[in-house]
Design a protein. Structure first.
Length: 243
């Protein structure tokens, strides 16, 4: 499970990591990108940035026409060499502004719109088509790169994901309540899993990993082992023909 068909790409493998909010995708994807010197593509950050643009415009996430208009006009830029992502909106670094609970819930509404997903789908495919990338999101292995060389689906219990999110926000000085944070995680799950376009689901050929009781290091070790195995398969044989 998790190993796709052998492909020849210019810069290496395409690795897809999907899963719900709070499963640890961002930290783990960043660590793996650093380890393999791959480009880290956080597709969720792209949707969050568009949600921030909509929020700043004072537009409701239910106003389809205005949301799509704003998203099409937003100047979004993303780079992620060697696990060091940088995302800007209108030339402003917004990495620290797109992780609030309000933006998280608005992101689910924005991401449910077909036109918005198609807008970012093209960008994501262009960024990753030559390989040497690790992408994280909700639909990487099912929609963005269904032919990815390695696919993972990372999950954890809602309670654990809510706890992690609570601690993350608390460390940033954001006033949060654990019970409300778990409820927000569950609400985000429902939105992501029930949307009509590219809902959150595990690809049939993805390797499932439940991180509820695993440390970041343990998950990274498991995934790195799978990636290394796939890289070994992709190497040309060092043996010549029969003499």
């Amino acid at each position: 499970m998790g190993l796709g068909q052998r492909t020849e790409r210019a810069n290496g493998l395409i690795v897809a990591i999907d899963g719900p909010s709070g499963a640890g995708k961002s930290t783990i994807t960043r660590r793996l990108a650093e380890r393999f010197s791959y480009v880290y593509i956080d597709t969720g950050a792209m949707y969050r940035t568009l949600a921030l643009a909509v929020s700043r415009a004072g537009v409701s996430g239910d106003d389809d026409n205005r949301v799509i208009e704003i998203c099409r006009g937003a100047k979004l830029s993303y780079s992620g060499a060697n696990g060091l992502p940088r995302i800007t909106l209108d030339n402003e670094d917004v990495a620290d502004l797109i992780r609030t609970p309000e933006i998280s819930l608005l992101t689910s509404k924005i991401a449910s719109k077909k036109a918005v997903r198609e807008l970012l789908l093209h960008k994501q495919r262009e960024m990753g088509k030559e390989g040497g990338v690790i992408l994280e999101g909700r639909d990487i292995g099912t929609v963005v790169f269904p032919d990815a060389d390695v696919k993972f689906f990372l999950s954890a219990s809602a309670e654990e994901r809510g706890r992690r999110r609570y601690l993350e926000l608390k460390a940033k000085g954001v006033p949060v309540d654990l019970e409300n944070t778990v409820a927000e995680v569950l609400a985000r799950d429902r939105q992501d899993e029930s949307r009509d376009h590219a809902p959150l689901k595990q690809a049939e050929d993805a390797m499932a990993i439940d991180s509820t009781s695993l440390s970041i290091d343990e998950v990274v070790a498991v995934m790195a082992g799978v990636i290394e195995k796939r890289l070994a398969q992709a190497l040309p044989s060092s043996c010549g023909g029969n003499d």
